[in-house]
Design a protein around this ligand. Structure first.
Ligand SMILES: CC(C)(COP(=O)(O)OP(=O)(O)OC[C@H]1O[C@@H](n2cnc3c(N)ncnc32)[C@H](O)[C@@H]1OP(=O)(O)O)[C@@H](O)C(=O)NCCC(=O)NCCS
Length: 483
């Protein structure tokens, strides 16, 4: 039985095990996957910054981690969006683990009221399980880049050739630094970051650009500097006006890989070979600071012809496609529900009264912000039927219903159902009959499987008698059944 849970990043042994699974899923079948390092990711999870929440989620079987997900969302901008990355090592694929992690992401997104899900995929030539998986979930490819690599140390001869071909730098001067931006350049560097965010092509990805300030730059650099040495070269006009920059990250704990990040030349300064001069100067810095790294990675949009030309000149070779994908979710009200069975397999159901008649449903209710699904389930069952003190229950079903009229202000409802075995009891929750009626609950009782099968009224979920029979015959499914 697979169980999806958040990882406490302060539990170092558990984080390590989660990271091993996550990394194994990410690198499989790819020549040059670049995965955030163990130290950098662990630091970021243990020291949340003010701009982003980042959660490591694990798929567990008997307390072993079989797969992982990073679930992230920004806190001050892009408030409708979450980002997910699901990684399952090859040995555990095609057992529904990716789907179970995805269902967790859908429920948490609904709880956060966020409806745009974004993800990135490294797609080598040939089969890509990730592309097949994402397509099946309904993701659309919105933007494609080439992921390119050049071996390090950089070929001196090629550098010499590039230098002589580039010619002189008329009317401009270069400034390079390693680490934090010197105070006198902070404002210009922040403005160039804003220009980069506005200029970088991202196809159809939904993205709100927030201008960089010196304060945000300082905070961001301070976090990054713990795990990466930033190598930066900026170009100015002789009058001191900034015209562009380029940035390489040298991970402090990754002995293999360095990463060529942003390169920007402002529109009015293009056509002077500044991109090449910037890169040449920054490669000099790389030669000085590199330790053992053997590869420099970069990414360029397929549509960015000028940059692709520069990349080729610098010896970069495409290793895979980097795709950015997006999916819009309906806005669903998330709820946790208990399939409560007594020792004689009788099931406890509550009766809702609607304009079009009664409906018998499993007890439970809407999740509150900040609680896990199982915490929400426990709170709801104490309130509604007075059931407490049960062990963590198996997750049976994940149901997404898009339909009008199910929840005011939403496109529908989302229910996660859990199996709870208990002694027979007389339901008596913390809520009074009046309070329950305000929630449309007008009664509750136990049903035998035979009574369920004979009833010709409505249940939620609709085919509840069949679903229960499946559970009684075969036990809970290994991963939650999608309804
Ligand atoms: C993509 C990935 C997460 C899928 O994990 P998984 O546990 O195998 O996923 P599931 O078993 O839940 O598969 C769900 C469905 O996706 C589709 N799918 C998954 N892998 C597939 C493959 N290799 N070929 C075709 N379809 C595939 C199938 O429709 C599958 O349903 P089925 O097995 O009933 O046919 C895993 O292959 C992986 O980690 N790949 C590398 C990282 C990656 O690309 N992540 C996706 C980005 S978020």
């Amino acid at each position: 039985m697979i169980c999806i849970r958040e990882i406490d990043p302060a539990d170092l042994a558990l984080f390590d095990e989660w990271y091993d699974a996550f990394r194994a899923g990410a690198v499989a079948g790819r020549e040059a996957a670049l995965v955030t390092g163990r130290e950098a990711l662990g630091y970021s999870l243990r020291n949340p910054g003010p701009l982003k929440t980042r959660i490591a989620v694990g798929a567990f079987e008997d307390d072993r981690v079989l797969g992982g997900m990073l679930f992230e969302y920004r806190l001050t901008d892009n408030l409708d969006t979450v980002e997910v990355e699901i990684e399952v090592p090859p040995a555990h694929r095609r057992r529904g683990i990716g789907t179970a992690l995805w269902q967790w992401a859908v429920t948490r997104s609904a709880q956060l009221g966020r409806t745009i899900v974004q993800t990135e995929l490294g797609v080598p030539a040939g089969d890509s399980p990730g592309a097949a998986f994402a397509e099946r979930l309904g993701f659309q490819v919105e933007h494609v880049e080439e992921h390119l690599v050049v071996p390090l140390p950089y070929d001196d001869l090629r550098l010499e050739e590039l230098r002589s071909a580039a010619g002189g730098l008329d009317g401009y001067r270069l400034t390079s630094w390693a680490g934090l931006c010197p105070p006198e350049h902070q404002q210009a560097y922040a403005d160039l970051h804003t220009a980069m965010d506005l200029d970088v092509p991202t196809g159809g990805m939904t993205r709100e650009v927030v201008p960089w300030t010196v304060e945000k730059l300082e905070a961001s650099e301070a976090r990054i500097d713990r795990n990466y040495l930033a190598l930066v070269t900026m170009v100015h006009t002789l009058a001191g006006e900034p015209a562009g920059y380029t940035l390489i990250y040298l991970p402090r704990a990754d002995a293999e890989n360095a990463q060529q990040d942003d390169t920007l030349v402002l529109r009015e300064h293009r056509g002077h070979n500044l991109g090449t001069h910037l890169k040449l100067a920054n490669l000099d810095q790389l030669a000085k600071h590199r330790t053992t790294q053997r590869f420099l990675h970069t990414w360029t949009a397929l549509t960015n012809a000028p940059m692709r030309k520069v990349n080729t000149r610098f010896g970069f070779r495409a290793v895979e496609q980097h795709r950015e994908l997006e999916l819009r979710l309906p806005s669903l009200r998330p709820a946790a529900r208990g399939v409560i069975l007594d020792p004689d397999d009788r099931m406890l159901l509550v009766r809702f009264e609607f304009d079009d008649g009664p409906l018998w449903a499993t007890p439970g209710g809407g999740l509150e912000a900040g609680e896990t699904v199982v915490e929400g389930l426990r709170r709801e069952l104490v309130e509604e039927v007075g059931l407490r003190d049960f062990a963590d229950p198996p997750h049976l079903w994940h149901e997404e219903v898009v339909a009008e009229g199910h929840a005011t202000g939403y496109d529908g409802v989302l229910n996660d159902y859990f199996l709870i075995r208990t002694d027979h009891f007389t339901p008596a929750g913390a809520l009074t009959a009046e309070e329950l009626r305000a929630e449309n609950v007008h009664g509750m009782r136990w049903w035998t499987p035979a009574e369920l099968a004979d009833h010709d009224g409505r249940f939620a979920p609709r085919n509840l008698p069949d679903l229960l029979n499946q559970v009684l015959a075969s036990g809970p499914p290994t991963t939650p059944l999608g309804l």
